[in-house]
Write a protein that binds this ligand. Structure first.
Ligand SMILES: *Cc1c(COP(=O)(O)O)cnc(C)c1O
Length: 436
C-alpha cells in the first residue's frame, strides 16, 4: 500500500534553514516571545507582502513593467485566529457591534467576533470565486443600517482555498460606506490580485502559519498592517497592553499573542521556500485540471479567466454532480463517525447521529471513504458558518451558493508533498470510484 497522501503537509527547506534559525535561538538564549528571529521573520514577511508584481494588465497593454512596492508593516503572532481577534479590536469592534463576514469559511474567521461580544453578519458567496459576493455585501450593509441604525464595524472577506475574492468591488463597496476591511488571507498567502498580494488591500490582512498552511511555524500567524501606527497598536494589544511605568500599569485589556522566537526561526527558514511552495501548489492544480478534464461529472474549481486573479491553490477543490454514482454510496452516513475527519488535534465531541440537516451529498461522502481506503485524504468543503448550530439566529444575506457548493464539493491533496505521480494516482482512484 502507498503511504497516505495528506491534504496539505508542512514541508521544510532542503537545506535545513529552519533548524539553523531555531538553533540560533537556543545558542543565543532567545527562547522567548520576542527576539532576532521574530524581527527577522517580520522583515522577510514585509518584503514579501510589499512586492507588487507587474500586473497582467501591464503586460497586455505593454505598460510600465517596473515593479512597484508597498510600505505595509507585519506583526508576527501566536496564531492566525489571534490576528483576526486583534484586527477586530484595532477596528474598534465592541460588544453589541456587528461585523460582516463571509459565511463560507473556516470558523477562525468568525469566532473572534463572538469573543468580543459582537455579532457576525454572514454574507454568501458568488459562484465564480466561491468567495464573498459583492452584491450581497452591499445589500447586507444597507439592510443592517436600516434595521439597526448603524453600519457594521468591519468586513471580513476570505480567500477560500487561496482563491482571491473580487478585491476591486469589495474594496469599492467598503470605501463607499467607510467600513474597514480585514482580509482573511490565512489560506491565501501569496495569492495575488492584479499583481498585489492579498492582505494588503484592506486595513488589515490575516496570515496563518499553522501546520497545514502555505508555510508553517508549527503554529502561528501574522497581521499585515497599513502603517507603523496601526502595527504599533496591534503590537501593544498583543503584549498585554502596558503603559510606560516602572510597574505594570494597564489602561486596556491586552493579550498574550506574540510569536515565539523559536517558532519565528522556523518561519524564517520557511520564507526561503515560500515561492517554490506557491509554484508547486499551482503546478498540482494545473495537473488535476488536465487529468480530470474529461472525467464526466467532476469539475475542478478553477480561477476566473480574468487575468488579475492569481490563486496560490492552497487546496485544490472540485465538485461532483449529484447524479454521479460512487462505489459504496448506499452505505454513506450509515455509521456514526468516532474520530475527526481532518485535523485530529485536540478533543472532538462524540455525536449520536451520523447526519445533520445540512451535509455533503451521499456520493461526496462515499468518495471520501473510497479515497481513504486508497490512502488518499479527501475532505468536504468548509461548512458555511450560517449553517452551524453555534451561529443559529445570526443575520445572513445569501443566495445559498455556498450551501449548494458544500453539498457537492470536496478538497484534494495539494502542496509540496504531493508529486506528479501522486496526482496521477489520485485521479485514477477517482475514476475507479465512479460506477459506470
Ligand atoms: C487557518 C485559518 C485561520 C487561522 O488559523 P490559525 O490556525 O489560528 O493560525 C483563519 N481563517 C481561515 C480561513 C483559516 O483557514
Amino acid at each position: 500500500m502507498r503511504d497516505r497522501i495528506y491534504l496539505c503537509l508542512a514541508h521544510m527547506s532542503e537545506d535545513g534553514m529552519e533548524q539553523k534559525y531555531v538553533k540560533e535561538a537556543f545558542d543565543t538564549n532567545w527562547v522567548v516571545p520576542l527576539g532576532p528571529n521574530v524581527n527577522g521573520f517580520e522583515k522577510d514577511l514585509e518584503a514579501f507582502v510589499n512586492r507588487i508584481e507587474a500586473s497582467p494588465e501591464a503586460f497586455v497593454e505593454g505598460g510600465d513593467l517596473e515593479e512597484a512596492s508597498l510600505t505595509h508593516k507585519v506583526v508576527a503572532l501566536s496564531a492566525g485566529t489571534a490576528a483576526v481577534h486583534l484586527a477586530l479590536i484595532a477596528c474598534g469592534v465592541k460588544a453589541g457591534d456587528e461585523v460582516i463576514v463571509q459565511s463560507f469559511t473556516f470558523c477562525a474567521s468568525s469566532h473572534p467576533i463572538t469573543y468580543l461580544g459582537a455579532k457576525p453578519v454572514f454574507v454568501g458567496s458568488e459562484a465564480e470565486t466561491w468567495n464573498m459576493d459583492p452584491a450581497l455585501l452591499e445589500q447586507a450593509i444597507v439592510d443592517r443600517k436600516e434595521k439597526t441604525g448603524k453600519y457594521p464595524k468591519a468586513i471580513i472577506p476570505v480567500a477560500l482555498y487561496g482563491m482571491p475574492y473580487d478585491c476591486e468591488r469589495i474594496m469599492a463597496i467598503a470605501n463607499k460606506y467607510g467600513i474597514p476591511v480585514i482580509e482573511d488571507a490565512a489560506e491565501g498567502m501569496g495569492s495575488r490580485f492584479n499583481g498585489q498580494v492579498l492582505g494588503t488591500f484592506g486595513k488589515y490582512g490575516v496570515l496563518s502559519f499553522n501546520g497545514n498552511k502555505m508555510i508553517t511555524t508549527s503554529g502561528g500567524g501574522a497581521l499585515i498592517c497599513e502603517n507603523a501606527d496601526d502595527a504599533n497598536t496591534v503590537m501593544w494589544y498583543a503584549t498585554q497592553a502596558r503603559d510606560a511605568y516602572p510597574y505594570y500599569q494597564h489602561t486596556a485589556v491586552g493579550y498574550n499573542y506574540r510569536m515565539s522566537n523559536v517558532c519565528a526561526g522556523i518561519g524564517r527558514g520557511q520564507m526561503t521556500v515560500l515561492d517554490a511552495h506557491i509554484a508547486h501548489h499551482k503546478h498540482v492544480q494545473a495537473l488535476y485540471e488536465e487529468l480530470l478534464a474529461d472525467v464526466e461529472g467532476i469539475h475542478m474549481h478553477k480561477q476566473p479567466a480574468d487575468p488579475r486573479y492569481d490563486a496560490n491553490f492552497w487546496l485544490c477543490a472540485a465538485t461532483i454532480d449529484a447524479d454521479v454514482k460512487i462505489q459504496g454510496q448506499e452505505n454513506a452516513y450509515k455509521e456514526v463517525i468516532t474520530s475527526a475527519v481532518g485535523g485530529a488535534a485536540g478533543v472532538i465531541h462524540a455525536v449520536d447521529s451520523a447526519t445533520t440537516d445540512c451535509q455533503p451529498n451521499e456520493n461526496v461522502e462515499a468518495l471520501r471513504i473510497f479515497m481513504l481506503e486508497k490512502n488518499v485524504e479527501c475532505r468536504p468543503l468548509w461548512k458555511p458558518m450560517h449553517k452551524q448550530p453555534v451561529y443559529e439566529g445570526a443575520a445572513v444575506y445569501t443566495n445559498e451558493v455556498e450551501t449548494n457548493l458544500f453539498k457537492v464539493g470536496f478538497c484534494l491533496p495539494a502542496g509540496p508533498c504531493v508529486s506528479d505521480d501522486d496526482v496521477r494516482y489520485i485521479v485514477e482512484c477517482i475514476k475507479e470510484a465512479i460506477v459506470k
